[in-house]
Write a protein that binds this ligand. Structure first.
Ligand code: ATR
Length: 279
């Protein structure tokens, strides 16, 4: 019998990760035999966990995307631009790191939802691993300007200087949000919703055609999405579509074939809706 290829998602907390379900569904679709598990590891245990895990590939989720970048033997160009990884592939030299978050987000917005990102003035809230992953790809998608605001301003500065596009990407202080004008796209890449259960930023930020995106989904996305609806954003999107698309890009890297994401997205969306209705 063929031994299943082994994969895992590594993060903390990890118990509610949808990645095992998504990869199992993709594998069934493509007739691939694999085992995909969730491994809980805190920051102090990441290096040892990666050393011990002898599978073919791994997804890296919060809070490890930046730290895992430093543990890779090699990295793809988009991982280097992000300085963060979410996809590891075993090579003879060690782990190769890639980042599929940005391509996953842009595909969800432009292909699934048919939203045109070109020319938008974008506010990116947060400057951690998730923000680093999506920022370069948003610039590539043709946005006009990106203002990065983070609770710790030095991280926003570091993200902007790494992007190397001073004409379009610059940082501002969180306390100055009220004076920044309005935006056609606001992306929440902070973990504030998870941490505090609330989101309190000025209602003056969205322009009349604003798209609001939270990179997380489920309970963690509720505070920002509630703020976005109350503030009058026209399109309000959580990170579930991005999650499925970034997983599909990881799957394609490991197996050489891209799965069909629509059926898997529909299944997870129905499940999410049922959970919200049940609350
Ligand atoms: P991730 O991989 O999810 O980006 P991370 O690298 O730990 O995880 O980054 C978390 C992000 O959420 C950071 O931008 C963090 O701000 P700091 O850099 O100042 O820590 C932001 N964040 C977390 N809790 C927050 C809160 N209560 N209010 C605002 N921003 C918060």
């Amino acid at each position: 019998m063929t031994q299943p290829l082994r994969f895992a998602v590594i993060g903390q907390p990890i118990a509610h990760s949808l990645s095992p379900t998504i990869h199992a569904a993709f594998a069934r679709q493509r007739g691939i035999v694999l085992e995909y598990t969730a491994i809980e590891a805190g920051p102090e245990a990441l290096a040892e966990t990666l050393e011990r895990f002898d599978g073919h590939g791994a997804n890296i989720t919060l809070p490890h995307k930046v730290a895992a970048f430093g543990l890779c033997a090699s990295t793809t160009e988009r991982a280097r631009r992000a300085r963060a990884v979410n996809t590891l592939t075993r090579t003879a030299e060690g782990w190769e790191g890639d980042n599929t978050d940005g391509s996953g987000l842009v595909r969800d917005l432009t292909e699934r939802r048919r939203l045109d990102l070109r020319g938008r003035r974008v506010l990116l809230l947060g400057a951690g691993g998730a923000a680093q992953g999506v920022a370069p790809l948003l610039l590539d998608a043709g946005i006009d300007e990106m203002v990065v605001v983070n609770r710790s301003p030095e991280r926003a500065d570091a993200l902007c200087s790494a992007l190397g596009d001073p004409a379009r990407a610059h940082s501002r202080y969180w306390d100055d949000l009220r004076g920044l004008g309005d935006f056609e796209m606001i992306v929440n890449a902070t973990s504030a919703g998870r941490a505090t259960g609330q989101f309190d930023i000025p209602f003056s930020l969205p322009s009349p055609r604003c798209l609001a995106v939270d990179l997380s989904y489920g309970e963690a996305a509720v505070p920002f999405l509630a703020w976005a609806r109350a503030a009058g954003c026209v399109d309000v999107v959580d990170g579930l579509g991005m999650l499925v698309e970034q997983a599909a890009d990881s799957f394609a890297r490991w197996h050489g074939v891209r799965p069909d994401t629509e059926a898997v997205y529909a299944m997870l969306r129905a499940r999410e809706d049922a959970l919200v209705t049940a609350d």
